[in-house]
Design a protein around this ligand. Structure first.
Ligand code: 3UK
Length: 526
């Protein structure tokens, strides 16, 4: 087998990918397209840029060379807080090609989150888009050990892009292997800090083939548009690894996705595949009551990140004629492992198992649950993360014996093989498809001088989408009036990622607790 290549063996549920012993995933995803004559084809398009496959390959080599010149070595981590733009591709793939481990971070986080990740990863480089300087730069003043290389992607003076211009555009791929560590993604936990999920080289082609090609039917003439950003495993697949897997075009939107900005991009660049999250589909539906949206180019819409209420799917179909394919994925699995698919949709479910993955539903005693009974969902497949960096306990709870992954979700499988989502096994919430830890919001609330205690639970809004709801015990003598709600909302927005503030407040005399003083969130969730 040729170096840096893979083959697909078997068929149906037993399909598997086989890799050459020397395998650096940057070669089939970047260099191969030039070798196969796709050099002049557009790889990335946005309002700000247009990049061909040949330009992409040259810039990936420059980025990799620059990282090496800056002193980064095999296995060193490079943290990146980078917006959706071509430089994201250069950094991510340049690092991989040079043997460096890229770690894309959620760009909506706050200085204290970045400071934690800088220290936890002991990264060698920290690179950020100037748009995120207000949170990225203070993070660097908090940390005990500053990363040796700190660079802005672009802007004034010396930046990663300006330095890249003067280095060679030729770079030999670092000899790796399919099982070798490749990149990390941080995932939030219900307790404690985020965990760095360590992904291998093979995980990228595995997800792109099993979900992208075999389930969704992606192909070379597709144009991909993901409202979910590249820093999110969902967006990383949708807008980068999937198009690069088949030599297709990725359309990027730099600013925050809104109904207006996404409709404008769709009308202008005519994507054939559109990837969103339930909250955005709901907002787009609402916007379509006033404005007309031209979605004629789209073959399929995909939803993930949190459960898609069946009603949103039906209203979307009625309004646009298009199906939304809901699927569940995770940072640890890298992409979607249970999905609705073209021609096989059951509204209100996550669909059926994606080829290449196995699933089991386990009851409280650890036995396989009876058909139709709910239980913990475990999955197994060749794209699951190897371990969590520096967190042996969390690794043991999640990465189980025989390569099973504990998803933390409760599911029922029905007789036709559709999986019905029943909630989390922990207290974690998904808001707009992004993790939200109740503990983190509670900790922020009790920092406020008027708050004695706080509990956060998820409550569904009118569209069936979960948002944080706060139950608060105020300090003695403080009255629970509407002005305090605004004060507490502003307080949360000041110190937490913007989607994490409570949408509803209840002021109560006490919170339900166990004999040992633990808040019983389930009692508030009625
Ligand atoms: C929840 C869903 C019901 C579920 C993701 C697609 O969401 C992704 O990754 P995260 O690590 O979160 C994983 C958790 O989110 N979830 C996601 N999708 C659904 N629940 N229905 C869904 N369709 O709790 C899961 O354990 O942020 C999604 C691709 C890649 C991803 N990383």
């Amino acid at each position: 087998m040729k170096d840096h290549s893979f083959a697909i063996e078997g068929s149906g549920a037993s399909t598997r990918l086989v890799f050459s012993p020397n395998f650096n995933v940057a070669v089939p995803y970047i260099d191969r397209h030039v070798a196969e004559g796709r050099g002049a084809k557009i790889a990335i398009r946005s309002d700000q840029a247009q990049v061909t496959y040949a330009e992409l390959a040259a810039n990936v080599n420059r980025a990799g060379n620059l990282l090496q010149e800056l002193g980064l070595r095999r296995g060193d981590r490079m943290l990146m807080v980078v917006k959706d733009c071509p430089a994201f591709f250069y950094l991510f793939w340049g690092a991989i090609k040079a043997g460096v481990v890229p770690v894309p971070l959620n760009t909506l986080l706050r200085a204290s989150d970045y400071a934690y990740m800088i220290e936890d990863s002991a990264c060698q480089a920290f690179i950020y888009s100037p748009e995120f300087a207000a949170e990225a730069e203070p993070a660097l003043t908090i940390v005990k050990r500053k990363p040796p290389e700190i660079l802005k992607v672009e802007g004034e003076a010396q930046t990663f892009l300006s330095m890249m211009a003067s280095v060679s555009d030729v770079l030999a791929p670092y000899p790796a292997g399919a099982e070798e560590e490749c990149f990390w993604l941080y995932s939030s936990g219900s307790t404690g800090r985020p965990k760095g999920a360590v992904h291998r080289q093979r995980d990228i082609p595995v997800t792109a083939h099993h979900y992208g090609v075999a389930t969704l039917g992606i192909r070379e003439n597709d144009i991909f548009f993901s409202a979910a950003k590249l820093f999110f495993a969902y967006g990383l697949g949708n807008a980068m690894t999937f198009p690069l897997h088949v030599g297709a075009e990725a359309v990027l939107l730099e600013p925050r996705p809104t109904p207006d900005s996404t409709f404008a991009i769709i009308a202008k660049y005519k994507p054939t595949l559109y990837f969103g999250v339930p909250t955005l589909y709901a907002a787009q539906l609402q916007a379509m009551e006033q404005t007309k949206a031209d979605l004629a180019s789209i073959r399929y819409c995909v939803s993930a990140g949190e459960a898609l209420p069946g009603d949103i799917l039906r209203r979307w179909k009625e309004k646009t004629g298009l199906d939304i394919l809901d699927g569940i994925g995770s940072t640890e699995a890298l992409h979607i492992f249970i999905a609705n698919r073209p021609g096989d949709i059951k509204a209100g479910t996550s669909g059926k198992l994606v080829q290449g993955y196995e699933a089991r539903i386990v009851d409280d005693s650890g036995q396989i649950a009876k058909m139709g009974d709910s239980g913990k969902l475990h999955i197994r497949g060749p794209s699951t993360a190897a371990y969590y960096w520096n967190q042996p306990e969390k690794t043991k709870e999640t990465m189980l014996a025989d390569d099973w992954l504990n998803t933390g979700d409760t599911y029922i499988k029905d007789e036709q093989g559709y999986f019905h989502y029943c909630g989390r096994t922990d207290d974690m919430l998904k808001v707009g498809g992004i993790w939200c830890s109740p503990f983190e919001i509670e900790a922020k609330l009790v920092e406020h001088p008027k708050v004695l205690e706080a509990a956060i639970v998820g409550r569904a809004d009118a569209d069936g989408l979960v948002k944080p709801e706060a139950w608060i015990v105020l300090k003695q003598g403080v009255a629970g009036e509407p002005a305090i709600e605004e004060e507490l909302k502003a307080h949360c927005k000041g110190g937490l990622a913007p989607y994490k503030y409570p949408r509803w407040f209840h002021f109560v005399a006490e919170l339900p607790k166990t004999a040992t003083g633990k808040i019983q969130r389930f009692k508030l969730r009625t």
